[in-house]
Design a protein around this ligand. Sequence first.
Ligand SMILES: Nc1ncnc2c1ncn2[C@@H]1O[C@H](COP(=O)(O)OP(=O)(O)OP(=O)(O)O)[C@@H](O)[C@H]1O
Length: 262
Amino acid sequence: MAKTVKKADRAIMIALQIDNVDVRFGGLQVLTMCRLSIEAGEKRAIIGPNGAGKTTLFNVISGIIMPSAGKVLSFDQDITRSPAHVRAMHGLARTFQITNLFNNLSVLENIILGLQALTSTKYIFYRTTSSFTELIDNAVSLLRTWGLEDKKDRPVRSLSHGEQRQLEIILALASRPKILLLDEPTQGLSTAETALVVPMVRSLDPSTTVLFIEHDMDVAFQMADKITVLYYGSVLAEGTEDEIRGNPNVAEVYLGLEGDNA
Ligand SMILES: Nc1ncnc2c1ncn2[C@@H]1O[C@H](COP(=O)(O)OP(=O)(O)OP(=O)(O)O)[C@@H](O)[C@H]1O
């Protein structure tokens, strides 16, 4: 049973808990006693200046980096030392800063490959016609849900950056994750392209916990229920848009950097 916390008159389930995590690269301490707790279904933004440790934190959560101290718990299960594929089986999915798509394949082929990788039959070189039809139907259905069905036969390289980001999120959603990590989902996108991704994140299943890194504070406020500000590897502030906007420490170390670092 996942940990529950009583808050007012409702019980809160904690989807992800980062407990005093330290990460060191040689002599460089990148995360220091980093602590955060994310409720199931919450949409949480991680913001902070360059080098604050945001990507490192994502790498710790997704199992790419092992912390030198501290714990990572997912629905009360200690996953600190679990390999990435075990975390995926526990319902964790992630997108990366750099696009991970097959650019010369079609949109549909990318989704089919993603779905195929999730099935235990991926190493079988022949499959029944009906199972292949089911795979295609599932892929088309995912694209339909997210409004990309009309682009299914186009090579990925012909999509806009915004559509490619959408496709990456769709691929991450194919595993029906309980916790979805989005590493800078709007990075490098124009305002119009960002406008494709923001409503998509907002309309994800309310039961899906989403943690995302975002450089643009306004975009973070649009997509998140709550924001965590990382600074020099520790949590400087946490709260709603009003709480973060009204926090003098955030104004000093983060908002003060806007323009050259945001
Ligand atoms: N594998 C590594 N080896 C050595 N140092 C690293 C490694 N990965 C990250 N760092 C350093 O750790 C610090 C935090 O990096 P990280 O990428 O986590 O920050 P960030 O907040 O995501 O930054 P940005 O906003 O620029 O993406 C930086 O000083 C970075 O140079």
